[in-house]
Design a binder for this molecule. Structure first.
Ligand code: NAD
Length: 455
């Protein structure tokens, strides 16, 4: 068995051979990745169901199709992305060829999380392949079935010389991180991100950190309360709230809260029935450990449960839950919830809501629900977040022309579509000069006479 450092060394020498550079090679690998997804869709859906009880619809939409769309987008656009980008010139460079060349970085490491274990592992891989890199791919051990399936399928479809899956938990990843990579792309918690950044600093390796945080949903002013409840419930309870861009908490006025609650109850019943535990459309919490963390948060909260609250440890189930009377210093506001628990906080004005958002760390996504464009624009102008979406949740991340990533503690760097290709490329500044105008050049050579200074 190859050791981890032998794997990295092998990939590095393969990278140096130049095999990943031709666009034909990259396109072949991307097409093979597409075949892997399409030919094994049933197995993939089964693994996702075993890991998280993901409903088939959600798994197709947020895991399979999103990867297929990213692949399709990269395959369609790669030839134009890799073209040199000619830049404007000044008088002194008029005769030169001045352009930016996208070059692969080398051997990159991609570390995936468990909540969308296919999507969040393969989307960065699409970008890494498109940009011409070799890659070590480390799926999350927590989503064990998808982890195993990826380790089985990837070597069957992709070049084993260029792409290797390394499995393991914290211990194996710690050893893996001792190796020198040319880029580390990490998706997961802020705590582990600090470990990754420390390890990367030893080799001065650049990192992309796709992290999380508390994404607010600010409902303010005139609003279609029924549509707002439906979009909020869908984006919050999708994957049982285990989405980095799920609305984490709601901010609204007391009047809006009173109107929203019956609409939330009705929507939840419509989507997941009166007994959500029996609904095939409600995912489960990924592990007993994560279930316990969520139940502890719920127990420590001083808020009042007005919807849900039921749970079943054996089944890793937590009902879609809504709480009111939640204060800013409540346990539920101290960390990212990452589960099907939705606190509602009230504010008296737009300014008060904006001030509350700005007292928190910058979120990965910020949602504003309002019919009033002045409300949407004011929140957009006066806050900062990785992404922003009005009158819906999650959906902004499905458009490959928008960059996806955080700001502040919600992340560092971005990807999707061309943005991902750029993340995994070095932008090499090139100036190709000839020997012309040497007399003009002599103006900058010593001796630096007074005449030259007066120019
Ligand atoms: P995690 O940090 O526990 O695990 C992610 C990866 O890190 C796994 O592959 C795991 O094996 C590895 N890992 C765990 N401990 C490690 C250690 N000590 N040293 C090295 N590697 C280690 O994260 P998670 O629980 O899987 O994910 C939840 C978090 O990720 C949430 O905060 C969520 O918001 C965030 N997230 C962000 C995005 C995004 O795109 N921005 C997407 C999904 C999840």
């Amino acid at each position: 068995m190859e050791t981890q450092s032998q794997v990295v060394d092998r990939l590095r020498s393969v990278f140096r051979s130049g095999i990943t550079i031709p666009v034909e090679f990259r396109l072949t690998q991307l097409n093979k990745l597409m075949s892997m997804i399409q030919e094994n869709e049933e197995q993939i859906l089964k693994a996702l169901h075993e890991d998280l009880a993901k409903p088939k619809f959600e798994a197709i939409m947020s895991e399979v199709d999103i990867v297929v769309n990213e692949l399709y987008f990269a395959i369609t656009n790669l030839t134009s992305w890799i073209q040199p980008e000619y830049v404007s010139k000044n008088l002194a460079t008029k005769l030169d060829d001045c352009f930016v060349r996208r070059e692969p970085l080398g051997v990159v490491l991609i570390i995936g999380p468990w909540n969308y274990p296919l999507h969040l592992l393969l989307l960065p891989l699409v970008s890494a392949i498109a940009a011409g890199n070799c890659a070590v791919i480390k799926p999350s051990e927590v989503s064990a079935h998808t982890d195993r399936l990826m380790a089985e399928l990837i070597p069957k479809y992709l070049s084993q010389d260029c792409y290797t899956v390394v499995r393991g938990a914290a211990e194996e990843t710690t050893t893996l991180l001792l190796n020198r990579f040319d880029h580390i792309f990490y998706t997961g918690s802020q705590t582990v991100a600090r470990i990754i950044m420390r390890a990367a600093s030893v080799h001065l390796t650049p990192v992309t950190l796709e992290l999380g945080g508390k994404c607010p949903c600010f409902i303010y002013g005139r609003v279609d309360i029924v549509a707002a409840a439906r979009r909020l419930v869908w984006s919050k309870y999708f994957n049982a709230g285990q989405s980095c861009v799920a609305p984490d908490y709601v901010l609204c006025s007391p009047d809006t809260r009173d109107a929203l609650l019956p609409a939330l109850r009705q929507t939840l019943e419509e989507f997941y029935s009166k007994e959500p535990q029996t609904s095939p459309d409600m995912s489960r919490i990924v592990s007993p450990r994560h279930w316990t963390r969520l139940m502890e948060l719920l127990t420590r909260s001083a808020g009042k449960v007005v919807v849900g609250g039921e749970s079943d440890r054996e089944d890793k189930y937590i009902a879609p839950t809504v709480l009111v009377n939640v204060a800013e210093d409540d346990a539920l506001m101290a960390e990212e919830i990452f589960g099907p628990i939705l606190p509602i906080l009230t504010v008296e004005s737009l300014e008060e809501g904006i001030a509350l958002i700005n007292r928190q760390e910058k979120p990965l996504a910020l949602y504003v629900f309002s019919d009033e464009s002045s409300v949407v624009n004011t929140v957009l102008e006066k806050t900062s977040s990785g992404g922003f979406c009005s009158n819906d949740g999650i959906i902004h991340m499905c458009l490959p022309t928008l960059p996806f990533g955080g700001v502040g503690t919600s992340g560092y760097g971005s990807y999707h579509g061309r943005w991902g290709f750029e993340t995994f490329s070095h932008r090499r500044a090139c100036m190709l000069r000839g020997w012309a105008l040497e007399r003009l050049n002599s103006l900058r050579y010593p001796p630096y006479t007074e005449t030259k200074l007066s120019w």
